[in-house]
Design a protein around this ligand. Structure first.
Ligand code: PGA
Length: 254
């Protein structure tokens, strides 16, 4: 059976004091999180401090992005091995903000995915359609293209040690959440894309929903058969809000 994963994407928020309080609050609430893996993804400068703080807990650490290169003259970039060394186990690749604001192409995202795996990190591949694409009935083809770019480089079997996050762009940070049925349809489609080539990998793949997920709407989303957790932005910045989603996961597992 697939475990749930609830991941906090802090984006460009926080400072040392706020992070320490947030992490302490999450760890204090984790005792009751059986069957649910819980992950935080702080900004780069705080990874080492958070790594130290989570070292005696079950709270997992990840980064929000990574270079597709291993080392060298790439000013401002961070290599996968650096994240691995500092205690990260996961890294988000292809977040829609990276794609839209920083011009990351699906080919670049695929290279980052492969580079992350080469360094022993578990990539969380973000896919999802814009509002225009949904209205043009292109949701499934957009997602298929984003997944295919990674499959072309790494193959379907690489998803045995990866996570996919379905994040409809129109739902990110907008307060407008996908309905459980809309999300389930997309997740079912994603699992089917991989199942066509490897049924086992598809059956075991964690597919997270992301986009305005909160304690109130998490139970409905997490009750759907192909939704295995969440990638949480805004609601990951307060421990009570984040733990409400973790607890919804605990309930859904039961
Ligand atoms: P949100 O962000 O929860 O604030 O909508 C989700 C994400 O971008 O991962």
């Amino acid at each position: 059976m697939r475990r749930f994963l609830v991941a906090g994407n802090w984006k460009m928020n926080g400072d040392s004091a706020a992070n320490a309080a947030l992490v302490a609050g999450i760890i204090a609430g984790l005792e009751a999180s059986d069957g649910v893996d819980v992950l935080v993804c702080p900004p780069y400068p705080y990874l080492a401090a958070v790594a130290a703080q989570v070292s005696d807990s079950s709270l997992l650490l990840g980064a929000q992005s990574v270079s597709e290169h291993t080392a060298g003259a790439f000013t401002g970039e961070v290599a996968p091995a650096m994240l691995q060394e500092i205690g990260c186990r996961y890294v988000i690749v292809g977040h829609s903000e990276r794609r839209a604001l920083y011009g990351e192409t699906s080919e670049q995202v695929a290279a980052k995915f492969q580079a992350a795996q080469d360094a022993g990190l578990t990539p969380i591949l973000c896919v999802g359609e814009s509002l225009e694409e949904r209205e043009a009935m292109a949701t499934e083809s957009v997602i298929a293209g984003q997944v295919a770019a990674v499959v072309a480089v790494s193959g379907v079997d690489a998803f045995a040690s990866a996570v996919i996050a379905y994040e409809p762009v129109w739902a990110i940070g907008t307060g407008e959440v996908a309905t459980p049925e809309q999300a389930q349809d997309a997740h079912f489609h994603i699992r089917g894309l991989l199942a066509a080539e490897n049924a086992d990998v598809a059956a075991n793949l964690q597919i997270l929903y992301g986009g305005s997920m909160k304690g109130e709407n998490a139970p409905g989303l997490l009750s759907m058969p192909d939704i295995d957790g969440g990638l949480i932005g805004g609601a990951s910045l307060k421990s009570a809000d984040f733990l409400a989603i973790v607890n919804a996961g605990v309930e859904a597992v039961r």
